[in-house]
Write a protein that binds this ligand. Structure first.
Ligand code: KG4
Ligand code: ZN
Length: 334
């Protein structure tokens, strides 16, 4: 019988609750923390306090909306890591309390694995083995996915993540956090006029710190010539930054596909919501004969639907966690 599961995701700054029944996502609620905008980035202490404030109301709301009784849940799933420790602690402890009081198993889920497995929520679903470019605020990885629970990172960033490259570039432009969605919006109205050299890094790894420095110097020099350079050219600057970051991601993905011979290609994580990246890779897929998979927007950024979906594969194998389980800020995908 298909399980009814409630999942909690609290790895960063979003408190999310999802409920799955008969393999369908009944609800996927996300309480976002706007408060970090005023700090220009996520403040871990503030994030965990916000999770504490939001988590019980969000669970109550989700249960009410789904029409499921508490006694109907067969398991409780939760993100164990990677993420901010103080944020993870809130979700993990609430999940433990629910599992204990309902006398149902607790299932720990790896956040990065869940981003990849979000592809199995809707059709079309990728076939194994496939490659997934997972691009978020904390990670940039090319993952070889052999089976639901058999994943291997074959390339990753050595410094900043792609999302950080977006957010830090946005900060230089005076945009609020998170700047990724704003750069995406302005880029759609601009042209690629400026170029930032692609980082030279071996194999399938990434590096974004050099690009960030190049953008900083470019803006500094341009502002010396014209103090209003940023405000007068915001759309074109955003289009150029977006193009540079995305081209780098695309080129490594092409290399990964060539090296592995795999043409089933997927993208996941917050940056996969970027319209420029979705368009660029859809066009590349045509050229390269890839079967290309992009999740719905709501399953790109952090959400508990991906956690509940991933938890089913553990449930089916009877892989459950001890109530002594501790959250893990740095948790490898396998
Ligand atoms: O996966 P996610 O929601 O959280 C983490 O696990 O980190 O990713 C958040 C990241 C942020 O850096 C945000 O700026 C970026 O994803 N992001 C975007 C877009 N939407 C979210 N970056 C570029 N374009 C977007 N449309
Ligand atoms: Zn994430």
């Amino acid at each position: 019988m298909l399980p009814t599961i409630l999942a909690i995701e609290s790895s960063c700054d979003d408190t999310s609750i999802a409920i799955l029944k008969d393999d369908a996502i009944l609800v996927n609620l996300v309480a976002s923390q706007k408060i970090h905008e005023e700090y220009g980035g996520i403040v871990p202490e503030v994030a965990s306090r916000q999770h504490l404030k939001n988590i019980i109301p969000t669970i109550s709301h989700a249960i009410k909306e789904s029409g499921i009784q508490l006694s109907d849940f067969q398991a409780i799933a939760v993100t164990k890591g990677p993420g901010l420790l103080g944020s993870l602690v809130v979700g993990v402890n609430v999940a433990k309390a629910l599992a204990l009081s309902l006398d149902v198993p607790l299932i720990e889920v790896n956040h990065m694995k869940a981003h990849v497995l979000a592809h199995f929520i809707d059709d079309p679903k990728p076939a194994f083995p496939f490659l997934c470019l997972t691009v978020s605020g904390g990670h940039t990885q090319i993952v070889m996915v052999r089976d639901f629970l058999d994943l291997e990172v074959i390339g990753q960033t050595r410094d900043d993540a792609a999302g950080e490259a977006y957010d830090k570039s946005g900060k230089l432009l005076g945009l609020p956090y998170p700047a990724g969605p704003l750069i995406d919006k302005y880029a759609a109205q601009g042209e690629v006029k400026y170029s930032f050299t692609e980082p030279k890094i071996d194999g399938l790894d990434f590096s974004f710190s050099g690009m960030k420095t190049a953008i900083r110097y470019f803006l500094r020099d341009s502002l010396k010539e014209n103090q209003r350079f940023i405000e007068e050219n915001m759309n074109d600057i955003c289009a150029s930054i977006q193009f540079s970051i995305n081209s780098f991601l695309r080129n490594k993905l092409i290399k990964a596909s060539e090296e592995t011979g795999i043409k089933e290609i997927a993208i996941a994580g917050g940056v996969s919501a970027n319209k420029g990246l979705r368009k660029m890779l859809t066009e590349e897929a045509d050229k390269q004969n890839w079967n290309f998979y992009i999740p719905q927007f709501q399953y790109c950024t952090d959400n508990a639907a991906m956690i509940v979906k991933a938890s089913v594969y553990y449930y089916e194998k009877g892989i459950f966690s001890d109530l002594k389980m501790k959250p893990s800020a740095r948790m490898p995908i396998s």
